[in-house]
Design a protein around this ligand. Structure first.
Ligand SMILES: [Zn+2]
Length: 218
């Protein structure tokens, strides 16, 4: 799987383009907002010679969905998002002008696999940061898009409307930490990490951190 990473808008929200075959791709969280960002993104697609076959939204916050309407209008692609996050699309974020929703979504369910552009992504529902937050796991390559649920060395905020801290911790511990340690995680903000690293080092999960195996009785 090939992955191209972008970071857009004042929140520096990650957007990923992933593809297996030339000519077609999936887009995770189209976060481009300004005209210049949109131009840069569309030019990159054109340069890659690829068209989005589907958009995968990790959740409905404005900084993750601001480019969706334009992308769907241009390419007519389905936009996958949990229906639990439809009200989240209306939340105004500090310092962020609300985008026009202007797009239609296809609901997703826990455990289903979305196949598009020759790639399969298992939906893992992880409520907490928002009620409809999900992670998308490509099992073949061991790569997971975690949105704002799990970051490298951090976790998503739960102080925004509809955020629930206890749900977030339960989602991370019950649904993500049991995955293969080699699973790469690509979060909605900041750099990449792995399940194994987060399981032993993430300070926000410290009460639950697995001990590293360095006990030496001598
Ligand atoms: Zn968010």
């Amino acid at each position: 799987m090939n992955i191209r990473h972008f970071s857009f808008n004042p929140y520096q929200t990650n957007c990923f383009v992933a593809w297996e075959e030339e000519g077609t791709c999936i887009v995770v969280d189209p976060s481009f907002r300004s005209g210049a960002e949109s131009d840069r993104f569309m030019a990159a697609l054109e340069q890659l010679g690829t068209r989005p076959a589907a958009v995968l939204l990790t959740h409905g916050h404005a900084d993750h969905i601001c480019g969706v309407g334009e992308l769907q209008e241009k390419f007519g692609c389905p936009v996958h998002m949990s229906s639990a996050d439809i009200p989240v699309c209306e939340i105004t974020l500090p310092g962020f002008t609300q985008p026009d929703k202007g797009f239609s979504t296809t609901d997703i369910r826990d455990g289903e696999t979305i196949t598009a552009a020759g790639l399969g992504f298992k939906v893992i529902t992880t409520p907490g940061h928002t009620p409809g937050s999900v992670c998308y796991l490509n099992e073949k390559y061991g790569v997971m898009f975690t949105g704002d649920t799990l970051f490298a060395g951090s976790i998503g905020r739960t102080d925004l409307p509809m955020g629930e801290y206890d749900d977030l911790i339960r989602s991370i511990m019950d649904k993500l930490m049991g995955l293969d340690g080699d699973t790469d995680i690509l979060p909605g903000h900041g750099g990449r990490s792995s399940i194994g690293w987060e399981r032993t080092h993430n300070p926000f999960l410290e009460p639950f951190n697995e001990k590293e195996e360095e006990y030496n009785p001598e």
